[in-house]
Structures are given as C-alpha cells and as structure tokens.
Ligand binder design. Structure first.
Ligand code: PAF
Length: 281
C-alpha cells in the first residue's frame, strides 16, 4: 500500500494504475476509521481494481463552535486498517496541501442543503461539496463510496455530480450499526457511559416510525410525535430535528404515499448524532 501526502504524487500513482478498463474506487474519509468505513472499503474492493482512501479532516466543513480541534486523528491506526483491508493508495494531505491559499471558490448545491442538517450547519455542505470536488478532480475515480448514515450528504453529492456532469458514479452503502442499533460514527467516541446508553434511542425512534408507516399510518405529524416521545425518555437528548422528507428533493411530506427518508438529529452534552432510514409505504 502506498501513502501519498502530495497531490502530485497521488495523481501520478493513480495514473500509473489506471490503464485499460481498470476501475478506480475512492472512499473519501476524515479518518478515525471504524467498521462503517471498512464496509465502504469492502464495497470498493468488490467493484474496483484500484482502491484509494482519502484521509483528510477538512477544516472548512466545521462550524466555528464545532469539534475540528478535537476531531480524532489516529493516523497510524487508520493506515493499519487500510493496509489490512486491501487499500492500494492512501491520500492523506495536509490542510496546506489542499488549501495553499485562502479558498475563494466554492461548489454550492442549492435547495437540498437548506433543510435537515443544513439548517443548523449552514456552511457545512458547501464545504463538503467543495472538498469532494477537489478530491474527485485530484483522484479522478470511476466510483466513490459513501455511507447512507449521512443521507443528506449523499443526496447533495449525487446532485452535484449530475449537475456538473462529473464522470464518476456515487455508490451508497448501508449504515453499519452497533448490536444495540446505534449507527457507527467517529463521533461516538465522544459519548460518556450515560450518553452511550441513551444513544440507541435514535434508532429506536426510527424503528417505531418504520413500524407505523408499515402498518398504514400516513400522517407524518403523528409519526414524528411518537418519535419525539421515544427520544424524550432521556434528558440527555435534545432533538435538533425529526423529519420525514422526500428521498429525492428532501422536501417536507405531510402524508406518506411512497418512499420517504425519516431522519433524526439530536444534541447530547458531548456531541451531535444523526441517523436515518428509508421506508417505503
Ligand atoms: O463524510 C465524511 O467523512 C466527510 O464529510 C467527507 C465526505 C470525507 C468530506 O470531507
């Protein structure tokens, strides 16, 4: 496995391995790799001939009071995980390599970024789409793999790829969960014991919503009220949003008549957690 910190080196390494009909697969990450990332790497291995993992804690996608400084950066462990899982090339640039000067060019996807996480993180998605555009331009993958856990991120990136005619395909991989249902996330490391015990309530509320939809309940306000009452069984969880939206436009839905994205975000004292499921009525 090769590790490159410089854009120039990553470009030449990918170029040397591109030949013929070889498929280049990219798994973009911010490091602190866990079983969720490993599932993305495994999916990439099945569908690509040359696998690149990028590890870059992108400073621009963190808000002023967010956890950029504390975000875990266990690079040695991350490299070991990549090596053990058959990654061919790791791109681990510094912030100075990615942003040598003040960044004044942004890729903005409108509308889809106004709701859900975009409401409490107003500058987040344009930073994600910008850094992903940079990674796609540098690596020029045929496929890029993202987790369904960040549902809005995947929808926004797919829209960007379509609108800008980028020549890669975005593959969405299922959310990986702990045995008690908590969606695996690098931010789970922040949870203390009490918070960790309360955190599976997110998935519990989503499963309740799924059960209600499957049993024919259509009114989203009723379903959201029941989800809220599950989350309120812990004082540690402050809902940021609980929403039932269109899977393509992310627009609010009042009455369910087809597939919907049910998404939840909560604030805990130590961090913010998100989760979602797609349910077809
Ligand atoms: O999902 C993430 O880890 C990040 O948002 C991404 C896609 C690597 C961009 O920095």
């Amino acid at each position: 496995m090769k590790v490159a910190n410089k854009i120039q080196n990553v470009r030449s390494s990918v170029k040397a391995n591109r030949g013929g009909s070889k498929t280049i697969g990219l798994v973009p990450t911010m490091g602190a790799l866990h079983i969720g990332h490993i599932s993305l790497i495994q999916a990439a291995r099945k569908q690509s001939d040359f696998i690149v993992v990028s590890i870059f804690v992108n400073p621009t996608q963190f808000g002023p009071n967010e956890d950029f400084d504390n975000y875990p950066r266990p690079i040695d462990d991350d490299l070991k995980i990549c090596e053990q899982n058959g990654v061919d090339l790791v791109f681990a640039p510094t912030a100075a390599e990615m942003y040598p000067d003040e960044n004044i060019t942004w890729v903005t996807v409108e509308k889809l970024t106004d709701s859900l996480c975009g409401r409490s993180r107003p500058t987040h998605f344009q930073a994600v789409t910008t850094v992903c555009s940079k990674l796609f331009n540098i690596i020029q993958p045929d496929l890029a793999f993202f987790g369904q856990k960040d549902a809005q991120q995947v929808i926004v990136i797919k829209q960007m790829v379509a609108d800008l005619n980028m020549s890669l395909k975005i593959i969405t991989c299922p959310t990986v969960r702990e045995p008690d249902g908590l969606a695996v996330s690098s931010r789970n490391k922040y949870l203390n014991d009490e918070e960790r015990k309360a955190a599976p309530l997110l998935y519990k509320s989503l499963l309740k919503a799924e059960q209600l939809v499957k049993s024919g309940r259509k009114n989203t306000a009723d379903i959201i009220a029941q989800m809220k009452s599950i989350l309120s069984t812990s004082d540690l969880l402050q809902p940021d949003y609980i929403e039932i939206v269109d899977t393509r436009t992310l627009g609010h839905i009042e009455s369910i008549n087809g597939p919907v994205l049910i998404a939840v975000a909560v604030k805990l004292p130590s961090t913010r957690l998100i989760d979602n499921i797609i349910v077809d009525a």
